[in-house]
Design a protein around this ligand. Structure first.
Ligand code: NAD
Length: 320
């Protein structure tokens, strides 16, 4: 029987691409419940689904900030049976901290972090009872490393990572593999997400911060960020392919990065526990772009050396 996959935030971007990719699976392995917060905004999803609509894909309303809407959506599914939950809905925020209101920050945490918690609280008990189920969370490389001017967004994804890293261990005795929870960690992806945060950045009032910070953000950061999206950005369809691989894996990974260019950056933190290597690299990434490559190579050498130490330590503790 096809696996039922419920995805949140399907009116655009990664959620839309994934819903359509799974619904159009040649082997018809999935029955997709593509959920949107606002049903009147499901036009692009419906158009992209084409003949899959009503066959392998159905749309439902679900707002991750509203427990009632999550419960109503699940209750409308026969036996509340969800094999795979993809927590994808999310919002972004960039800019100097002084220019962002606490209410906006709380709203972002409510969607990106508490949205996931609301979903998990609703589906996990059923999955535990059935002793099967897979929760796939669209996190970000910013769940592994902070990026300047993305302070609160990165914090929300760190929260997501910490939550899942803690929860996954509980699932091990019940499921055949630790893959009952997976984090997909994309780098930049060209979706409405990027457009929305740039639009907001253009409208923002920078009189709330000092002129030097405003200048670094509006002149340096925004330009660099656009270059990074243009040169390293993946498409939502790329992320859908990566997510499909995570969903169909016999032993799904707990973490999966979609963009190899970001792996050395994320590794810097583990190469040097003092944090100096990482902060230095990010400083240079913003202010002295060409020095980053040399730092990346240094990190890889350090990591190799550390891996040997860790293996020796593990042997000493009797793990291997
Ligand atoms: P997007 O803006 O196209 O999609 C986000 C979706 O979430 C939208 O359809 C939006 O309507 C929905 N959403 C927002 N609040 C919601 C709520 N309360 N309830 C239900 N749905 C809600 O952007 P995207 O890039 O496709 O983002 C999807 C996920 O990918 C997000 O979690 C984001 O953090 C993550 N991500 C994006 C990037 C990127 O560069 N675009 C990189 C890494 C991770």
């Amino acid at each position: 029987a096809p696996r039922t996959v419920l995805i949140t935030g399907c009116s655009s971007g990664i959620g839309l691409a994934l819903a359509v990719r799974l619904a159009r699976d040649k082997q018809r392995r999935f029955r997709v419940i593509a959920t949107v917060r606002n049903v009147s905004r499901s036009g692009a999803l419906v158009a992209a689904a084409g003949p899959a609509l009503g066959r392998t894909l159905e749309t439902k309303q679900l707002d991750v900030c509203d427990e009632g809407s999550i419960r109503a959506c699940l209750d409308s599914i026969p036996g509340r049976h969800v094999d795979v939950l993809v927590s994808n809905a999310g919002v972004g925020m960039i800019g100097p901290l002084e220019c962002q209101s606490l209410a906006a920050m709380q709203g972002l945490m409510d969607t990106n972090f508490f949205g996931l918690i609301r979903l998990v609280k609703e589906v996990l008990p059923d999955m535990k009872r059935r002793r099967s189920g897979h929760i796939v969370v669209i996190s970000s490389v910013m769940g592994l490393q902070g990026i300047v001017f993305n302070d609160v967004y990165a914090a929300s994804k760190f929260a997501v990572e910490g939550f899942c890293e803690s929860l996954v261990v509980q699932a091990i005795p019940r499921a055949p593999s630790p893959g009952s929870i997976s984090l997909v960690e994309p780098g930049p992806v060209t979706t409405e997400f990027e457009a929305k945060v740039y639009e907001e950045a253009e409208r923002a009032d920078y009189s709330q911060t000092d002129p030097e910070t405003a200048e670094i953000f509006t002149k340096l950061y925004l330009r660099n960020s656009r270059d990074v999206f243009a040169s390293l950005g993946q498409s939502p369809e790329d992320i859908a392919e990566h997510t499909l691989r995570v969903i169909e894996a016999a032993r799904p990974p707990f973490r999966h990065q979609t963009n190899a260019a970001y792996t050395p950056m994320a590794a810097l933190k583990h190469a040097d526990p003092s944090g100096a290597l990482m902060t230095d690299a990010f400083y240079k990434l913003v202010f002295k772009y060409d020095a980053v490559l040399r730092l990346g190579l240094r990190a890889i050498r350090l990591l190799r050396w550390k891996a040997q130490k860790v293996q020796a330590g593990a042997r000493l503790l009797g793990f291997k």
